[in-house]
Design a protein around this ligand. Structure first.
Ligand SMILES: Cc1cc2nc3c(=O)[nH]c(=O)nc-3n(C[C@H](O)[C@H](O)[C@H](O)COP(=O)(O)O)c2cc1C
Ligand code: SF4
Ligand code: SF4
Length: 449
C-alpha cells in the first residue's frame, strides 16, 4: 500500500481526506464515527458566538438523473454552545490522538480571537482554520467573506491569530473575489501556515414560481446562499492551481470544492494540494465514501509507481499555462468508430448547429445537411434511439480537413470510445506569444504606436 499519510505544516494525518467545516463535522459523535469509517482529519464546524439558524436552509440543483449536482445553503456557523463543542473536541482527541482535528473559527475583535484560540487549543485541537469565506449572514455582521474580500483586513486578522496561536493557522478563502491571488498573498503576508479553499460561492439556487420566492424558502422570503458540490469543482480547481503555481505561495494548500471521488481528490493533489476536504458528498452519501477515496487513491498511486501522496502532489502544475503559451500548431480531428456507433445523430446536431459544420450522415461523396433536428430549447438531449449495434447508414462521417478539433461531438456522444480525437502530424510548435514576439500578431494592451 502507498503511504497516504501527510504532514500539513506540522499537522499530521493518516491520510489526506478531511471533513470540511460543515454539518458533517458539527459534533464529537459525528467526527468520531467519521474517524472510525476512515477519515484522516476533520475541520470542526465553525466556532464562535453561537447563532440562530433559519428553516429551511438548503436548496439543490438536480441535473438529468443526478441529484444534488450543486447544493446551496443559508446556514451560519455553529448553533451549539462553545462549551459543548470544546468538551467534544477534547473527547475526540483523546480517542483519536493520531487524527487531525482542526478548529474552524470566526469571531470579531482581537481580544475575541485571543480568547477563542486559547480555548480551542486548550481543548487539544491540532490546528486552526480561519473562516474568511462564509458568503451569507455572517458577512452582513462584518465577518466571513467580508474579511476574505479585503486582503488588508485578512492579512491583519491573520497576523493577530499568529500572535496568539501555538498551533498552525490555516486561512480559508472565499471564491467570491476577482483574483484569488490577492487574498492568497494576503494570507501569506499575515503569516498563515496554510491555505484552505474554496468556501461556498454566493448564489441564488432557484425560484419557487408558485410562490414567487427564492429557494430555500423561509416563510415568505429567502436570501442568497453559498453554492458547493460537484458543480463547483472546476472553479475550485482553478483557484487552487492559481495559488499553487505562484512562486510566492510557499505554504501548503488544502483543496475543497466538489470532491466526491478518489479521482477528484487526485486531481486536487496533482494541482498542488496536500490535503483535501469534503462536505457535500458526505452530506449526500455519508461517511462511508471515504473507503472508496482511500482504496482508489492507493490503487492509482501504485499503478503510477508513486510511493506516497507527496509523489503526486503538484505533478500537473507545470502543465497549467497561460493561453498565450499553448501550441497553436497542435491539431486533433474527430474519428468515429462505425462498430460502436448507434446512429443517434447527436454528434451531427452538435457539430452542425453548435460547432463547425463538418459531420454528416449519408454518402460522403457530397456534403449533406444534417438529418437530425432537435428543438432549440431542449436543455438535455433525448435518450438516443438504439438502432442496433451497428448503425448502418446512420453512422455519420467527419469531413476531416474542415474539423477544428473542438471535441464537442466527442462530449455529446453517448457511447464511450465511439468518437476519439486523433492527433495530426504537427508543424513546428508555435505559440501566440511567439507570434507577438515576431510581430505577426498584435501586442496585448490595445493601443500601440
Ligand atoms: C450546509 C453547509 C454548511 C457549511 N458551514 C460551513 C462552516 O460553518 N464553516 C466553513 O468554513 N465552511 C462551511 N461550509 C463550506 C464547506 O466547508 C465547503 O467549503 C464547501 O461546502 C465546499 O465543499 P463541497 O463542495 O465539498 O461541499 C458549509 C457548507 C455547507 C453546505
Ligand atoms: S471536433 Fe468539433 S468541428 Fe470536429 S467534427 Fe467534432 S464537433 Fe465538428
Ligand atoms: S453521437 Fe456517437 S453514437 Fe451517436 S451518431 Fe454520433 S458517433 Fe454515433
Amino acid at each position: 500500500m502507498a503511504d497516504l499519510s501527510i504532514d500539513f505544516c506540522g499537522i499530521k494525518s493518516p491520510n489526506p481526506f478531511w471533513l470540511a467545516s460543515a454539518p458533517p463535522a458539527n459534533s464529537g459523535d459525528q467526527v468520531m464515527r467519521a474517524f472510525d469509517a476512515g477519515w484522516g482529519g476533520a475541520v470542526w464546524k465553525t466556532l464562535g458566538d453561537p447563532i440562530v439558524n433559519v428553516s429551511s436552509r438548503f436548496g439543490a440543483v438536480d441535473y438529468s438523473n443526478a441529484k444534488m449536482m450543486g447544493l446551496n445553503n443559508i446556514e451560519l456557523i455553529t448553533d451549539r454552545t462553545l462549551d459543548a463543542n470544546l468538551r467534544e473536541i477534547r473527547e475526540v482527541k483523546k480517542r483519536f490522538p493520531k487524527h487531525a482535528v482542526i478548529a474552524s473559527l470566526m469571531t470579531e475583535t482581537k481580544n475575541d480571537w485571543k480568547v477563542l484560540i486559547k480555548k480551542v487549543e486548550d481543548a487539544g485541537c491540532d490546528g486552526l482554520e480561519l473562516n474568511f469565506g462564509c458568503p451569507h449572514g455572517m458577512c452582513e455582521r462584518g465577518m466571513g467573506s467580508s474579511v476574505g474580500q479585503e486582503p488588508k483586513l485578512l492579512a491583519e486578522i491573520t497576523s493577530w491569530t499568529k500572535e496568539f496561536a501555538k498551533t498552525p493557522v490555516l486561512v480559508k478563502l472565499t471564491p467570491n473575489t476577482g483574483d484569488i491571488l490577492e487574498p492568497g498573498l494576503a494570507a501569506v503576508a499575515g503569516g498563515g501556515d496554510g491555505i484552505s479553499l474554496i468556501n461556498t460561492i454566493k448564489s441564488i439556487i432557484g425560484i419557487d414560481l408558485d410562490r414567487m420566492v427564492p429557494i430555500p424558502r423561509v416563510g415568505t422570503g429567502s436570501s442568497n446562499g453559498g453554492y458547493c458540490g460537484p458543480a463547483v469543482k472546476p472553479i475550485a480547481l482553478h483557484m487552487v492551481a492559481a495559488l499553487a503555481r505562484d512562486p510566492n505561495i510557499k505554504i501548503p494548500i488544502s483543496g475543497i470544492g466538489g470532491i466526491s471521488t478518489w479521482r477528484d481528490a487526485a486531481e486536487f493533489i496533482a494541482l498542488g494540494c496536500t490535503s483535501v476536504q469534503v462536505c457535500t458528498a458526505v452530506m449526500h452519501y455519508g461517511f462511508r465514501i471515504v473507503r472508496d477515496l482511500i482504496d482508489g487513491l492507493d490503487r492509482f498511486l501504485n499503478e503510477q509507481g508513486m510511493k506516497s501522496v507527496m509523489d503526486l502532489r503538484g505533478r500537473a502544475i507545470d502543465a497549467y499555462k497561460e493561453w498565450g503559451d499553448l501550441d497553436l500548431n497542435y491539431k486533433v480531428v474527430a474519428k468515429i468508430d462505425a462498430n460502436k456507433c448507434i446512429g443517434c445523430q447527436l454528434c451531427v446536431a452538435a457539430c452542425q448547429d453548435g460547432a463547425h459544420q463538418c459531420i454528416f450522415t449519408g454518402p460522403n461523396d457530397q456534403k449533406r445537411p444534417p438529418q437530425a433536428h432537435y428543438p432549440n430549447d431542449m436543455a438535455i438531449a433525448p435518450k438516443p434511439q438504439i438502432v442496433g449495434k451497428i448503425a448502418g447508414n446512420r453512422v455519420p462521417w467527419v469531413d476531416e480537413p474542415e474539423c477544428v478539433g473542438c471535441n464537442l461531438c466527442q462530449l455529446v456522444c453517448p457511447v464511450d470510445g465511439c468518437i476519439t480525437m486523433a492527433e495530426m502530424p504537427e508543424d513546428k510548435p508555435e505559440t501566440w506569444n511567439d507570434r507577438v514576439a515576431q510581430g505577426r500578431d498584435k501586442q496585448p494592451g490595445g493601443i500601440h504606436d
